[in-house]
Design a protein around this ligand. Sequence first.
Ligand SMILES: Cc1ncc(COP(=O)(O)O)c(C=O)c1O
Length: 389
Amino acid sequence: MHFEKSQLLKTLPKQFFASLVEKVGNISAMGHDVINLGQGNPDQPTPGHIVKRLQEAAEKPLNHKYSPFKGHQYLKDAAAEYYRREYGVNIDPNTEVAILFGGKAGLVELPQCLLNPGDTILVPDPGYPDYWSGVAMAQAVMEYMPLTEENEFLPDYPSIGEEALQRAKLMFLNYPNNPTGGTATKEFFDETIAVAKKHSICVVHDFAYGAIGFDGNKPVSFLEAEGAKEVGIEIYTLSKTYNMAGWRVGFAVGNKSVIEAIELIQDHLYVSLFPAIQEAAATALLESQACVDELVQTYESRRNVLIEGLKEIGWEVTAPKGSFFAWLKVPEGYSSQEFADYLLEHAHVAVAPGIGFGQYGEGYVRTGLLTSEDRLKEAVRRIKELNLF
Ligand SMILES: Cc1ncc(COP(=O)(O)O)c(C=O)c1O
């Protein structure tokens, strides 16, 4: 028997990058050595002290029981301490932190928490495609905020127009940015807060790459800007900072009413995370951050190898300021999809076509910095052989 999917499921956006995975699989199956720069999965292991804490915590019978629905208090305390130490921001761990099954869970839940069908949400274009999933589930309407190189990949609020801003109830932002590698300034967040206050918009800042800033510039937290908690929240994940993408742990911090809404929906969807993971996550946040410094250095030096290598072969590219992605202009005569296909077929180098991140992603491809310097050099060598530049 075949059971029909609900109307709601049928409205979910297609997973654009599934076709990239399939194409890479096909080329690899032919026996080619593909250098896959198309995905966003951290390649390094979780630091040893965090894994060890999980091992110890997994042995405690108390951790085999249900977690409190809202997660353990010690993890909320650790999140608050993290924000105090890293950003000088005061967070009430009792009312201003919600524990999440990774950032994605929070991002998908939020439109359902705050929007009614037909409500408007402002989303960045290009942007992380999972934003669209939560919007579809809430049956909300997206208004795109173009991110252009001329505006340093920040939205230009005046050009969005008063009518759309007035209509919007929610806004997603993400800096350091996936896919463009752009970063935000405190002044930009100040402007965002002013816009949000004027139009009663709830701001959700996705800080997934919060730890990854280059050239000595630590990314700014939205909550560092004055008044941020009045208008929104920040979503933090341990996936990238500590190479814990498979563990599924993150948290939301900020505006009490939004935190309350997240905890309410989660009360109905799940019991919180495996307590041993919560213990290990608290260890990650509270103990030495030397592993994070090392990771950022690794990405920065990979970035330098890739960007310098591409410049040497004549590709005019700009170095990302943060995240572990580089956003590269496609040469004249190709669409982003055509160019990605060309690199895959002829150089066996996989990159993500910008169009997969939205209309304003056209003209670019995204490459990850998630492989060794040697492999990045090899990718550059293969691209050089195509004599495109
Ligand atoms: C911009 C952005 N936000 C959120 C996430 C979600 O990360 P996680 O669900 O692992 O916390 C990702 C992961 O790739 C991302 O790139």
